[in-house]
Design a protein around this ligand. Structure first.
Ligand code: NAP
Length: 382
């Protein structure tokens, strides 16, 4: 597998500025960051390039010297895409082309001449009007469209952004989750976003294993992705912090997540592409934090707003919130009923061993997320 030659280590991406007292910046050496490699002829297609995770992948690929072809739904919205087109190396090595997951057209051209394809595009929303139309169709048909195009383009390896949602929709701390686990419980009515992710990943494996697609498939299964955003927009996972600050939660709920920084998720994708021996699925999650833990950090650094104080993270609180969940929008309601009171247990050893990935400490991910949201005016810090 040809990869561009590595140049000496380059500096980390730009540090977060104007840190209020109490903030710690994540140490630069924790994960090998992209180096200013010589310009390469290797072209990589990144689908959904304007997304939270994909934008970091685009940046890291450019920094490593690759040529990148990113797909976006509307490449003519140039003003909204400057956060990509202004990236270092973008003027010379980034092209943006149209790609709509629901439309078979355009994908052959998008992947033509690409050695690798990072398929990250997929709708990420908990509540939608019509789960089949709005989540499952774009996720599954989109995966099929992109991978079908790869069949004919001589693509060597596809890296698919799946999710922890394809591993389980009901974590259980008596069972340590690994890459061998599959979510078998989600449906259109129960965690439909999870359903879309498990169906899309299964579709990709079906093409490779049963239909003998000629490319390799490597899958990244991230848990809760947070960290700084390259675009001005909001994203579903960091919205948790905004919602906590604006008083959207009635109390401190018994919810626990495995956090992973978006920069580590990007690094995982690039390593999955560059490591010849990479194979199968990679559970991608660092440390766990509960909602109470997250709130403690938010308070410590002075996040202002209506942070919840009422402790509902006990048996009685969980029973009450489960009851109230029936009055929530369908997606949020089923998420609460399947996650409240459950502490996920998982083993991230495979990605650390095989791709050499080290995860940023969860507390640092939270601090960097708060700082990013503060800089973008989405939360206030005193
Ligand atoms: P995001 O910012 O919402 O990115 C989703 C991307 O998919 C966007 O670029 C979006 O394009 C694109 N997309 C959605 N529907 C599309 C369609 N019909 N046609 C073409 N493009 C479409 O969310 P993200 O967090 O970066 O998610 C990226 C991937 O990571 C997704 O596959 C998601 O399931 C997965 N993931 C995310 C997390 C997390 O916590 N964030 C965790 C695990 C897995 P527009 O910008 O045009 O809407």
């Amino acid at each position: 597998m040809s990869t561009p030659e590595r140049a000496p280590e380059r500096a980390d991406p730009e540090p977060l500025r104007d840190l209020p007292a109490g903030f710690r910046v994540y140490p630069k050496s924790m994960s090998a960051h992209p180096s200013a490699a010589p310009i390469s002829d290797t072209r990589v297609c990144v689908t959904g390039a304007s997304g939270f995770i994909a934008a970091h992948i685009v940046r890291d690929l450019l920094a490593r010297g690759y040529r990148v072809r990113g797909t976006v739904r509307d490449p003519d919205r140039k003003a909204d895409l400057t956060f990509l087109t202004a990236l270092p190396g973008a003027a010379e090595r980034l092209e943006l082309v149209k790609g709509d997951l629901l439309d078979a057209k355009g994908w052959d051209a998008a992947v033509a001449g690409c050695e690798y394809v990072m398929h990250t595009a997929s709708p990420y929303q908990v509540d939608v009007e019509d789960p089949q139309r709005d989540l499952v169709e774009p996720a599954v048909r989109g995966t099929r469209h992109v991978l079908d195009a790869c069949l004919w383009a001589g693509v060597k390896r596809v890296i698919l952004t799946s999710s922890m949602a394809a591993i389980t929709d009901e974590p259980d701390n008596r069972h340590v989750l690994t890459e061998a686990d599959w979510n078998t419980k989600s449906t259109l009515d129960r965690n439909p976003y999870y359903f879309s992710k498990v169906l899309a990943e299964r579709e990709a494996w079906k093409m490779v294993k049963e239909e003998k697609a000629p490319f390799e498939l490597v899958v990244i299964n991230p848990f809760m992705v947070i960290g700084p955003s390259l675009s001005a927009g909001r994203n579903t996972s960091t919205q948790l912090f905004v919602d906590l600050a604006r008083g959207a939660y009635p109390g401190i709920l018994s919810l626990t997540w495995g956090f992973v920084d978006v920069r580590d998720v990007s690094e995982a994708h690039v390593r999955a592409m560059e490591t010849p021996s990479a194979s199968g699925r990679y559970l991608c999650a660092g440390e766990r934090l509960s909602m109470r833990d997250v709130l403690r950090v938010m308070r410590e650094v002075g996040v202002r707003g209506k942070l919840p104080t009422l402790g509902l993270d006990n048996a009685a609180g969980t029973a009450l919130v489960k009851l109230l969940s029936w009055f929530q929008p369908k997606g949020a309601g089923s998420y609460l009923r399947s996650h409240l009171g459950r502490v996920p247990a998982y083993d991230n050893g495979k990605i650390r061993r095989e791709l050499g990935l080290e995860f940023r400490p969860a507390r640092n991910c939270v601090l960097d997320t708060i700082e990013d949201l503060r800089q973008r005016g989405l939360i206030q810090v005193s």
